[in-house]
Ligand binder design. Structure first.
Ligand code: KDO
Length: 327
């Protein structure tokens, strides 16, 4: 309390100076993510989001999980310790089990389908609940890419049976671990920042991520093959504190929303372009990159989700509504 009072007194003193007063009035937007500073989403946010809000807010990104550890960001926003984060349906499912529907393998078809689903009225009750109960507003949807299985082992993988006994690193939430087992592997929870070393030392046999992430985080240096399972067209949500949002003027809100959508669009197009070209890059690096029996994976994964406890928490008719979105 004493520290707070001192800070308050200091702020008052600073306000006497015109320039300092302007700085005081600016809205602070600290953004925490486990993504790197060279990830297409974070680059696009720096290029398009930061400048888009610069008149009234300071965008302050923190990368590699240095400000908050992976999957603790939503809690940090809810407690008022953070303003923004790149979050996921898997993380939201920890608070609201119904979000697990958006974590199901082979559900979203592509990047455009993700956008259609996010903007469809079917998302309204999901967004509302997150705002009301967590104090978090989901601004826009970001495209991470098609997740594939990336292994340091050499045996060819064609079907889920071929992943039996393979220790596959997954991010550390229940929904992610379920996806790993639905693929037929033995899922192991591990934070994103530990994956490179895990692969290097053999603590894990593999990991799953889209091709741009495999390159950005150099997983190709410590793995031998990429099995193009496309098991999850992965999305993230750009989240902002509802309290911060509510304190903005309507004009500021409009600018913030436009900047978020613009950054997501730039990042999406860059990720898609990279996905098209990276298989060749990895082959040139000596990795084996091939399509397995994708239908065998799809059948196995979809059956696992429909028979799972997760499906009990999904609103009636939601899978049909997701499938119909954008059609
Ligand atoms: C990961 O930990 O594998 C993952 O890809 C999960 C995503 O939801 C996303 O958060 C991503 O990490 C990070 O942003 C790092 O790119």
């Amino acid at each position: 309390r004493r520290v707070l009072l001192q800070a308050g007194a200091a702020a008052t003193a600073l306000c006497a100076l015109g320039a300092a007063a302007t700085a005081q009035d600016r809205i602070q937007l600290r953004m925490s993510t486990v993504a790197t500073e060279s990830d297409q989403r974070t680059v696009a946010l720096e290029e398009a989001f930061g400048p888009g809000v610069a008149e009234f807010a300071s965008y302050e990104p923190h990368y590699n999980g240095t400000l908050f550890r992976q999957a603790t960001e939503l809690d940090a926003i809810a407690r008022g310790n953070l303003e923004m984060a790149i979050t996921s349906a898997q993380e939201l499912a920890e608070f609201f089990p119904e979000f697990s529907v958006f974590t199901a393998g082979y559900l979203h078809r592509d990047a455009a389908h993700q956008v259609a689903v996010f903007n469809d009225p079917l998302m309204d009750p999901f967004k509302q609940k997150v705002e009301d109960e967590l104090g978090v507003k989901l601004l826009t949807v970001m495209y991470l890419g098609r997740r594939h299985v990336n292994l340091r082992t050499e045996e060819e993988v064609q079907t889920p049976e071929d992943l039996a006994g393979i220790t596959l690193r997954m991010p550390g939430t229940e929904a992610w671990l379920f996806l790993g087992s639905a693929l037929g592997a033995n899922p192991v929870p591990m934070a994103f920042g530990e994956v490179y070393t895990g692969l290097q030392t053999g603590a894990i046999d593999g990991q799953d991520n889209p091709l741009p992430t495999v390159r950005d985080s150099r997983f190709y240096e410590v793995t031998k093959q990429i099995v193009l399972t496309s098991h999850l067209v992965d999305l993230n949500y750009l989240a902002i504190s509802k309290a911060t949002w509510d304190a903005m003027t309507p004009e500021q809100q409009e600018a913030t929303q436009a900047a978020a959508d613009a950054a997501a669009e730039v990042a999406r197009n860059r990720q898609l372009a990279l996905e098209d070209e990276l298989a060749d890059f990895f082959r040139a690096e000596g990795l084996s990159v091939y399509e397995p029996d994708v239908e065998a994976f799809r059948t196995h994964v979809q059956a696992a989700y429909l028979a799972s406890e997760f499906a009990n928490d999904w609103p009636e008719g939601i899978v049909d509504a997701v499938n119909a979105a954008g059609n």
